[in-house]
Design a protein around this ligand. Sequence first.
Ligand SMILES: *Cc1c(COP(=O)(O)O)cnc(C)c1O
Length: 221
Amino acid sequence: MEQAVPSSPLEIVRSRIASAARIAGRKADQIALVAVSKTKPAEAILDLIAQGQRVFGENRVQEAQDKWPAIRAAHTDISLHLVGQLQSNKAEDALALFDCIHSLDRASVIAALGKAQEKLGRKVPCFVQVNIGAEEQKGGCTVAELPGLLDQARDAGIEVIGLMCVPPADIEPAPFFALLDKLADDHGLPALSMGMSDDFETAVQLGATHIRVGSALFGSR
Ligand SMILES: *Cc1c(COP(=O)(O)O)cnc(C)c1O
C-alpha cells in the first residue's frame, strides 16, 4: 500500500515524532505535542484546531488572557499550557487560565502558586524548569536548587509531574536532554518537557514526554 505523503506542517511534525519514537522504541502516543502559539493570531490557532490539534502553549499570561477565552468558548476540549516564565503576581491568573504550567523555577513563584491553588480550589500539573546549561539570564533553577524546590512544591500541595528545560542555543542539545532525564529519574518524576522546533526529534529519542513546538507548526515569528 502506498503511504500518504504528509502535507500540512502539523502532519509533518506528527510524522517526524512518530519516526523518532520508532527509532527509540517508544510509542508516539507517549509524547504530547504542545503547539506553541505565542505571537500567532487566533486564525492560525483555529486552523490547527480544525486539523485536530488540542494541546497548545503560550509563553505570556497576558497574551493568553487576550487570545484564549474566546477560542475556548467555542472549543471546550483544549488543553492550554504555560511554557514561559511565570511571575509571582501572575500566579493566580495563570492557574485560572492554564491546564499545565511548565515553568516553576523559584521559591517565590512556588509559594504564590500554592496560595493561588488554595484560593481558587484548583490544581494543575506542573513542571519545574531547570537552567540545564547554567546560563546567565536564563529561566530555570540551578541543578543545586532543584531538590529544595521540589520539597517546597510538595509541601505547598503542588503536583510536580516532571522537569522542563531549554538547552543552550547553538550547541548539541543531547547531553542536556540526557542530564534532565537523569535528574527527573533521580527524583522519581515521570514527565520531561524538552525539545522545540529545532531539536524535538533528539528530545523524543532521549525520553521527552512533552515537546513544545512553535515555528515548525506556525511558521517563523
Ligand atoms: C517559543 C517557545 C517554544 C517554541 O519554540 P520554537 O523554536 O518556535 O519551536 C518552546 N518553548 C518555550 C519555552 C518557548 O518560549
